[in-house]
Design a binder for this molecule. Structure first.
Ligand SMILES: Cc1cc2nc3c(=O)[nH]c(=O)nc-3n(C[C@H](O)[C@H](O)[C@H](O)COP(=O)(O)O)c2cc1C
Length: 236
């Protein structure tokens, strides 16, 4: 028996920007978990981590918009929407290339091949994530660009080992909820000395570049940025 997490990347995922609006505040995050599940009516399933602000906004409003990302979508879009939370920054403060859909949520004007606006008709709580079943109310093609796959993103778009955040040495947090996600560059801290004099190691998340520093990486550690588990970290 083996459980190789890399096998998950062989599933033919796309990548999407899921946007929500609550009480006039806009927010969005990157997900790979969108699929069409029925044709009449057209329904999508969208699964989002309970820790994401976008999750809370969709839960409270029952509205979301999915923009399909393309092979031309630059890494900056992934890092802007996927490596930081709207709980800490206003992601749309300087991001204006969007159109507001009839359901009140933004869709991308560029770097997108299509969009779907919808209303949540059911939801399922799956431990760490909520799966939203969405009635599509509005959809259209935006460009002829090729939709991106997770595999393409991993091979050609993702920029390796460029952490946008680091964990403060000495903190222990196995669920990521209280991790310090302030900016920092810790790639040269492969074997640093902690404040208490103990040797520390650095482990980088292969998905998003977040660097964890500590004596060892807890087996149940969850990346506070992209929510992938310890299996997706490697020591640097
Ligand atoms: C390539 C990529 C794929 C991601 N896939 C998912 C996903 O399927 N589900 C999810 O909940 N978060 C996913 N994330 C992480 C969220 O986008 C990230 O946690 C985001 O900062 C949440 O923002 P929010 O708190 O403003 O909603 C992904 C991030 C990246 C970069």
């Amino acid at each position: 028996m083996s459980l190789n997490q890399n096998a998950l990347f062989q599933i033919g995922y796309g990548l999407y920007l899921v946007a929500a609006n609550e009480n006039g505040k806009d927010n969005a995050c990157i997900v790979n978990t969108v699929m069409q599940v029925t044709q009449n009516p057209i329904r999508l399933l969208v699964s989002i981590s309970n820790q994401n602000l976008t999750h809370d906004m969709i839960k409270n409003t029952g509205k979301l918009t999915v923009s399909v990302l393309t092979e031309k979508t630059p890494f900056s879009v992934y890092s802007h929407f996927g490596y930081q939370s709207g709980k800490k920054v206003d992601k749309f403060e300087d991001f204006e290339d969007v159109t507001r859909c009839a359901n009140g949520c933004y869709r991308l004007n560029r770097n997108s091949s299509a969009y779907f606006c919808g209303t949540v008709c059911d939801s399922f709580v799956l431990d760490t994530h909520t799966m939203f079943l969405v009635d599509v109310t509005d959809a259209d093609i935006v460009s002829t660009q090729t939709p991106v796959t997770y595999d393409f993103y991993q091979k050609y778009v993702k920029q390796p080992y460029k952490p946008v955040a680091k964990k403060v040495v000495g903190q222990t947090n196995t669920d990521g909820t209280n991790a310090d996600v302030g900016n920092g560059n810790s790639t040269n801290a492969a074997k640093a000395e902690g404040a208490d004099g103990t040797k520390t190691n650095s482990y980088v998340c292969k998905i998003c570049g977040y660097v964890y520093e500590g004596e060892s990486l807890p087996e149940d550690y969850i990346c506070p940025i992209c929510k992938h588990g310890a299996a997706d970290f490697e020591q640097i």
